[in-house]
Design a protein around this ligand. Structure first.
Ligand code: CA
Ligand code: CA
Ligand code: CA
Ligand code: CA
Length: 330
């Protein structure tokens, strides 16, 4: 078995001086653009190194705790063949994900290559490095959100290999968007018909751009998107209802705001009930012979949506609807 260099006293002394005189370097630069109340989530840390290959990982060729000295702690991983690949299981990347590790070449006369992939995309590489001392690699993965695996591929030359130690994968908890100040206010009654708007304010604490869908449940019971907004910021957004779909009197409408910041969804469902009567089909505030006549006129309607005249909601417009309208006149 090959022997590694022992602790270098001079490096240790320099490091201690560095810490003593420049304490500000201990700040965590990964948190630069994270709001203060974001919670860090450690996905991979030292406990990963309890090897052999942890459950869920795929390992072709890397060895555990075999050659060389660890950077820190008691374990590390070691590659001595070209193309050894270590692949993590999928982790949920939220905000400002950062992957760090320390690497060292076993022998400065034998250049090493190292590559890091996220879901098969090369995100970092270094070719021909020869440093026998451990050096830290910090990879900003903030461009990745969702479920991803990380792969580390080593390419070594000759008999010597390379060590990787102290893997650290950190992400920050995302705060989902919020929805507030809906109009019409949830459960409101006597709402004018059609309502002047369906609106609500959306907000994302981290300032993430959002995709928003304003939807409703149609009279046929189908969920329909009324309008959508892509890559928008904190503001009030609205749909303006028009047409017969929105002027039934004394009817409860169900609608929703569905918003995502690309990581989390927030969904709110609201109802409101219109004022007036179902039989006031011309929406003029009274139910009289005119309404009954309009319903009768539409009894064989084949227009795409004739639900307005289907006052008994049985799926067709016929003499019964006209009769009911007449019976219910003011
Ligand atoms: Ca370690
Ligand atoms: Ca967010
Ligand atoms: Ca009327
Ligand atoms: Ca009917």
């Amino acid at each position: 078995m090959k022997q590694k260099n022992v602790i270098k006293i001079e490096c240790y002394a320099i490091w201690m001086l560095f810490l003593f005189f420049i304490p500000s370097i201990t700040g965590d630069e990964t948190a630069d653009n994270v709001t203060l109340d974001s919670t860090p989530i450690i996905l991979i840390n030292e406990s990963f190194e309890s090897g052999p290959t942890p459950v869920g990982w795929t390992n072709t060729g890397w060895l555990w705790d075999y050659y060389g000295s660890p950077h820190n702690g008691s374990h590390w991983i070691y590659s001595w063949a070209a193309g050894d690949t270590l692949t993590s299981p999928a982790y949920a990347f939220q905000l400002n994900t950062t992957f760090r590790f320390w690497k060292a070449a076993e022998n400065s006369d034998n250049p090493m290559d190292l590559e890091v992939y996220v879901n098969g995309t090369l995100v970092w590489s270094e070719y021909g490095y020869t440093h026998e001392d451990y050096q830290e690699v910090v990879i900003d993965l903030s461009g990745f959100t969702g479920s991803h695996s990380i792969a580390i591929t080593a390419m070594t030359s000759g008999f010597y290999g390379q060590c990787v130690d102290d893997l650290l994968l950190v992400t920050y908890e995302n705060q989902p968007p919020t929805i507030s100040n809906e109009y019409p206010v949830d459960s409101e009654t006597m709402v004018e018909r059609p309502p002047v708007r369906l609106s609500a304010q959306i907000n994302d604490n981290e300032g993430d751009l959002m995709n928003l869908f304003i939807r409703w449940r149609s009279h046929q019971g189908t969920c329909i998107t009324l309008i959508s907004f892509n890559d928008v910021g904190n503001k009030t957004y609205q749909h303006t209802p028009t047409g017969n779909d929105w002027i039934w009197g004394n009817t409860t409408f169900t609608w929703s705001m569905n918003v995502t910041d690309g990581i989390s969804w927030t969904n709110e469902t609201y109802t409101f009930t219109t004022g007036g009567s179902r039989y006031d089909v011309n929406n003029n505030g009274v139910v009289n012979f005119q309404d009954a006549g309009i319903v009768w006129t539409h009894r064989t309607s084949i227009v795409p949506y004739d639900g307005l005249y289907d006052v008994n909601q049985d799926g067709q417009v016929n003499f019964m609807d006209a009769g009911l309208t007449w019976v219910n006149r003011d």
